[in-house]
Design a binder for this molecule. Structure first.
Ligand code: C5P
Length: 242
């Protein structure tokens, strides 16, 4: 088993805050960072260039959801950013997922092709939301699995789900089908708005390929220390830091 980096969700409002946050980390360590809507809509692509120039890897979490043609063209626009991971909502449908994947195959070099993941159910979604808002007469886990099956059929690299669902997804769709899991909280941390949470250690034991963790690190008084603790737990305590 090799050492993995947790992905830090940079849910910060502007570039100045990002600069201040990143300066709290040893600059020799290359981080895996998630840029989401809050930051990207404020700064535009320049934030990606800035972070990549420092050597960090980027998951651009824009959760695209629209008609197939619009999503396909949005993905095409994002390809020039050379990020490591992009995501779209599985609820956008099979054709949307397939076309999004196809444009990546057609227009990105194999060497820097971003992985494309489908959001299944958000980790803030509850069983009650599935039944009353989405009117799905199935369990939340069945719904997640169904989206994962369709994402795989559409050729996507994996899904975004809760660590609670990873074992089942891997059993059915194979170990190579990636599971990226937000909703991670170290033992003792508050849940915030997350509902289907797990600890970093549980996520690794369940087979998550990537964990995403935001507020427990960004709101910590010592973000690097917190990051290293989480990284240590995510690596099941047994491995050395880089
Ligand atoms: O602060 P916290 O650890 O809850 O942040 C989780 C991050 O993961 C947020 O940026 C959120 O947008 C993202 N995310 C999520 N659930 C998903 C997909 C992404 O919480 N299904």
């Amino acid at each position: 088993m090799f050492e993995k980096r947790p992905i830090i969700a940079l849910d910060l409002p502007n570039k100045e805050m990002v600069i201040r946050f990143i300066q709290k980390f040893d600059s020799r360590k290359k981080l895996f960072l998630k840029v989401g809507m809050e930051l990207f809509y404020k700064t535009g692509p320049s934030i990606i260039d800035y972070l990549q120039n420092l050597g960090h890897d980027i998951f651009l979490d824009l959760k695209l959801h629209d008609i197939p043609n619009t999503v396909k063209k949005a993905i095409n626009s994002l390809l020039s950013l050379n990020v490591a991971i992009l995501d779209i909502h599985a609820t956008g449908g099979f054709a949307m997922m397939k076309e999004a994947k196809q444009i990546i195959q057609d227009n990105a070099n194999a060497s820097n092709r971003p992985k494309l993941l489908a959001i299944t159910q958000l980790t803030s979604t509850s069983q009650n939301d599935v039944q009353t808002i989405q009117l799905i007469d199935k369990t939340l886990e069945e719904s997640v699995l169904n989206y994962a099956i369709w994402a795989k059929k559409a050729g996507l690299d994996g899904v975004v789900c809760s660590a609670q669902e990873v074992k089942k997804i891997k059993q059915i769709l194979g170990l190579d089908f990636l599971c990226l899991t937000p909703g991670i909280r170290p033992a003792g941390n508050k849940n915030d708005d997350q509902k289907r949470i797990m600890t970093p250690r549980q996520a690794r034991q369940n087979g998550s390929d990537y964990i995403v963790i935001g507020r427990p690190i960004t709101q910590s008084s010592d973000p690097e220390k917190k990051y290293l603790e989480i990284k240590h737990q995510w690596n099941l305590d047994g491995l050395n830091y880089e």
